[in-house]
Design a protein around this ligand. Structure first.
Ligand code: OOG
Ligand code: NI
Length: 466
């Protein structure tokens, strides 16, 4: 068989990712009906926003498609799971590689009082991002940070006796390994169904009522991570083209929403990521060991996100500094409105035209040829070509998460008391060892997108660009 025929007999990882996203979406809608309501509310808001006049650059970023707005506007943009052990993380890394998702970036969650760290599994390059940028925030327990020794022993004991992966899934993972990381379409269909088993909700805890209650009393996240027979998806997140309207529409529809939208304040030129959610629902839990016992569990919610431009390290430093300034201005006990007000004032210091953001190297841009130089020269700078109208600069969409927002979202959905930061170092090496691969650096990926676009312009124009 010729080489390309063999290639063609395997499913495209991007298509498998879309099957996975749709399967997870329909599973979650049936598990948390309120999430289905959220998707309908957001879809209405999106349709209205599409009919209004939005700046095309902003629209294309909010759609989050590097190649322009996708017709599948309602498909989810991210989800999140919480894992218990390094072994689980290792297997999840293998699962997600098959659907084209790879670990990017390190998220320390100890600032929110959580004995956890995390990474974002996402597509790394332009085409897969354009086809379906679905990503998964995957956190994992750091048992060494649990101060209560009895709780730590109990959690580890429960986790050591669970296996969240079916034999079917494990055998398909081995099969993919022997096929260069690929699956045939038929294997892919079985794989997606088998993977859902690891991420579905089980209303019956694997732990005893006593152990569940004991862990929940130490920290609700311990019960969530260690007491169930799966790593249930804890939220999914469609995108919205207008988060303020979506937030208001959720409230109007009677959903219990977060007090404030996380991330930067509203701007003409959106940057990074703004998020809001309805708060986690209280779900009944039964116990296999004692059929009559009942408890309730809060972990699962629905979120919406509005994406803006990826910022450079310099843009990120300015973002962090202004956010700190806003917090200091508002004070520790500020109301959500006071905090929003302080953020709006502090962010007056963040340039808000695409030209300024580019000139000051605060945002990453990709370039596209729009014309020909009137006078042909052998070499140009990017800025010259932009000024001449030969190339057009478009902001690159932010594809990652924000540690502070993630911590805030995590915290507001656990029903835990006020968070006290844990006194702990990050453990990037530990996370990489568990993954069995290195973490990618998000900045490298944005830089590569930008550089590749410049190289493409140079090739098309037949000139050198510096
Ligand atoms: C993950 C929270 C992080 C986000 O959007 O920042 C996240 C969790 O609650 O497990 O999804
Ligand atoms: Ni989220």
């Amino acid at each position: 068989m010729p080489a390309n025929a063999i290639q063609d007999s395997f499913a495209d990882p991007d298509d498998l990712r879309t099957c996975f996203t749709l399967a997870m979406s329909s599973m979650y809608k049936s598990e948390v009906p309120l999430y289905g309501d959220l998707v309908r509310i957001v879809s209405d808001v999106n349709q209205k926003t599409l009919q209004s006049r939005l700046d095309p650059k902003t629209l294309s970023m909010r759609c989050g498609d590097a190649l322009g707005p996708s017709p599948r506007i309602d498909i989810e943009r991210h989800g999140a799971i919480r894992l218990g052990t390094a072994r689980e993380l290792h297997t999840v890394r293998r699962i997600l590689a098959i659907i084209g998702l790879h670990p990017v970036g390190y998220y320390d969650l100890t600032a929110a009082g959580l004995p956890m760290h995390a990474t974002c599994f996402r597509p790394k390059t332009r085409e897969p991002l354009a086809k379906n940028p679905f990503r998964i925030f995957v956190s994992v327990l750091r048992p060494e940070l649990i101060k209560d020794a009895a709780a730590s022993d109990l959690a580890l004991d429960l986790l050591s006796s669970r296996n969240i992966f079916t034999p079917e899934l494990t055998s398909l993972l081995d099969r993919a390994d022997s096929q260069n990381g690929r699956l045939t379409p038929a294997q892919g269909t079985r794989f997606v169904a088998a993977a859902m088993e690891s991420f579905r909700w089980h209303g019956t805890a694997a732990a005893s009522p006593h152990d569940y209650t004991a862990l929940k009393a130490v920290h609700p996240v311990l019960a969530d991570v260690a007491c169930f027979p799966s790593a249930h998806v804890n939220h999914l997140t469609p995108r919205t083209l207008d988060i303020a309207s979506a937030h208001e529409a959720m409230r109007q529809a009677g959903l219990e929403v977060k007090a404030r939208i996380e991330g930067p304040p509203a701007r003409r030129c959106p940057i990074l990521l703004r998020q809001t959610s309805f708060l986690a629902v209280e779900e009944p839990v039964r116990f296999a060991a004692d059929g009559s016992a009942r408890a309730s569990h809060r972990a699962r919610f629905g979120e919406v996100e509005e994406r803006g431009a990826a910022v450079t390290p310099r843009g990120r430093r300015l973002y962090d500094a202004l956010l700190d300034e806003a917090m200091a201005m508002a004070g520790a006990r500020a109301s959500p409105e006071a905090l929003d007000d302080a953020a709006a004032r502090a962010f007056a210091g963040y340039p808000d035209t695409w030209e300024d953001l580019r000139a000051q190297d605060l945002v990453y841009f990709a370039y596209r040829v729009r014309g020909r130089p009137a006078v042909a020269r052998a070499a140009y700078t990017v800025d010259e070509l932009v000024r001449l109208g030969v190339v057009e600069a478009s902001p690159i969409t932010y594809e990652d998460f924000l540690p502070l927002s993630a911590a805030g979202i995590f915290q507001s959905n656990l029903g835990a008391g006020p968070a006290r930061a844990l006194d702990a170092e990050m453990d990037v090496e530990g996370l990489q060892a568990a993954l069995g691969v290195g973490l990618c650096d998000a900045d490298d990926l944005y830089r590569r997108l930008r550089d590749a676009s410049v190289d493409e312009c140079a090739a098309q124009l037949g000139v050198e660009i510096s």
